[in-house]
Design a binder for this molecule. Sequence first.
Ligand code: NAG
Ligand code: NAG
Ligand code: NAG
Ligand code: NAG
Ligand code: NAG
Ligand code: NAG
Ligand code: NAG
Ligand code: NAG
Length: 531
Amino acid sequence: MKLFFLNVLAILLRYTNASASFQSRCLAFSPESTIFNSTLTAREYVTKGTNLTFPDNDKSCNQPFQVAAANLCRIALHVPTSNRSSITMELWLPEQWESGRVLAAGNGGIDGCIAYDDLAYGTEHGFATVAANNGHNGTSGKAFLNNPDVIIDYAYRSLHTSILQAKKLASLFYGQKYQKSYYIGCSLGGRQGIGAADRYPDDFDGIVAGSPASDFNHLYAWRASFYPITGKNTSADFINAAKWVVIHDEVLRQCDTLDGVKDGIIEDPSLCHFRPEALLCQSGQNTSQCLSSAQVEILNRIYNSPLYGTDGKLIYPAMQPGNELKASTGLYNGLAWPLSQDWYRYVLLNDSTWDASTFNISTAMLADQINPSNIRTFPTTLAPFASVGGKLITFHGGQDQQITSFQGARFYNNLARGMSVSSASLDEFYRFFRISGMFHCGSGPGAWVFGQAGAASAAGIPFEAENNVLAAIVDWVEKGKAPEGILGTKFVDDTVAKGVSFQRRHCRYPFRNTYVSGDAKEPGNWQCRGV
Ligand SMILES: *[C@@H]1O[C@H](CO)[C@@H](O)[C@H](O)[C@H]1NC(C)=O
Ligand SMILES: *[C@@H]1O[C@H](CO)[C@@H](O)[C@H](O)[C@H]1NC(C)=O
Ligand SMILES: *[C@@H]1O[C@H](CO)[C@@H](O)[C@H](O)[C@H]1NC(C)=O
Ligand SMILES: *[C@@H]1O[C@H](CO)[C@@H](O)[C@H](O)[C@H]1NC(C)=O
Ligand SMILES: *[C@@H]1O[C@H](CO)[C@@H](O)[C@H](O)[C@H]1NC(C)=O
Ligand SMILES: *[C@@H]1O[C@H](CO)[C@@H](O)[C@H](O)[C@H]1NC(C)=O
Ligand SMILES: *[C@@H]1O[C@H](CO)[C@@H](O)[C@H](O)[C@H]1NC(C)=O
Ligand SMILES: *[C@@H]1O[C@H](CO)[C@@H](O)[C@H](O)[C@H]1NC(C)=O
């Protein structure tokens, strides 16, 4: 008994000593001495459960605090990237470093916001995790005006700089070379991931690029095109949020059961050819329940007309139907889309008074010509990335309200054509999953929880390749086990404590998830069928 007690005491002491030595190693670490001209802005030992606050963080980022999910050493650095630009990067080094893994997280929109939730998520699973402000602070584009260096940081240099430094610093800190490097990001973060595979094939061994803002210049033109289409929110034919509910119901009436299951989810929106004329007002009908012909025209322009350039070439595919309830408060709200407005004002036109309601296709074509810092991100080959063994996963929500999910297939097929390869060959290093019923990067009526963005997207599911896309890319890179599908989970009211509502195994493109028979909430009752 006494011996047992002493053993326990010894283990406890060893543990405490290990923690104490990790803590002192953290507090003695001087990364600024190895990075030219950098300044250390934070260095602290943080225990699991600590609620970190960021009082200096730009308020527009809306990230005032983050709870740490592991014991870790938090490092923040200010690193100049040119004589008129800089990045702020945070490197969180977990006490339990797993298999020498380094992870970088991306940004969103046109922002300069550090992804603290991804720092917590990565370190929870043992990755030394880095995230940066992408060259400016906050969600506005003002910092871009007349400073191409800040645009370069945003386009690629911030991520490239931070992963290079993270690899170096993690190896130095733990006293052994890092083994594998990973990337996770969504939206703009998805574009950053693809951009890294294209521009710096050695930066990452595995990349998870969600709902990517690929073909970036065209995306920003397409997004800017909604304001002139919907008209201002005060115009006579403006479709208000209440009417979008009526429209969504009609979209579901026309398309929900195309997949054999009435569940509010259009499994493959490319099969839904929404006909808004079905809602044309009949005489004597209550006009809040039906559409004027001008409103039908608006819907046809949104859902049935891709955007074309003055040269007749495709700019961007049309919006997919199904996202009405979300888009009504975003792209369809009859106001300037702030991201496109800032991008045109501060990056392309250098005119901070540009009126977004005057957007036209000539302006879009100009954006194409300028292509600042070659931000386009629409590669016709990723052969260099594939040849060094890189693995890429993309996914896209089938009810995305900010980037049409049809762009996901367009990107895949553009790459297949450019590389002249079959899907089977492409699948050897790149797989694309269509996530039915998911909005932009997360939430929605579908089975959207699969570890794609921050800890909230991974809560309640195991960190295993089948359920979690970050675990899946690790298995692909380290065990050569490619993901066949992604098993998404939907919690009741999106609340883990209320239990699982259903799960669905999302197929990789070009396969289509097809209902077979039985309980549609059981993933086994669906099959990925070939196209
Ligand atoms: C580093 O700082 C020195 C002194 O402030 C400056 O002369 C030099 O240009 C800086 N280098 C970089 C890469 O910012
Ligand atoms: C963390 O601290 C902030 C500021 O004090 C507070 O608003 C927030 O609710 C806290 N979060 C948690 C999860 O404790
Ligand atoms: C961004 O904010 C950090 C504080 O969070 C500050 O140290 C840094 O200088 C700011 N960067 C720029 C480019 O303003
Ligand atoms: C900044 O560096 C560029 C070269 O990259 C140089 O042309 C410019 O004169 C420098 N500006 C200042 C203020 O040092
Ligand atoms: C139009 O948008 C503005 C700005 O958000 C808002 O104040 C106003 O109430 C809206 N008007 C209508 C008719 O929705
Ligand atoms: C028309 O429908 C709206 C919403 O359903 C309702 O509030 C309104 O009272 C109706 N108007 C008439 C004249 O029935
Ligand atoms: C605006 O300035 C950027 C450099 O910051 C330049 O690339 C672009 O061509 C300018 N736009 C116009 C319309 O002159
Ligand atoms: C497009 O808009 C710009 C202003 O943003 C204007 O100068 C130009 O004349 C417009 N072009 C056409 C074809 O309407």
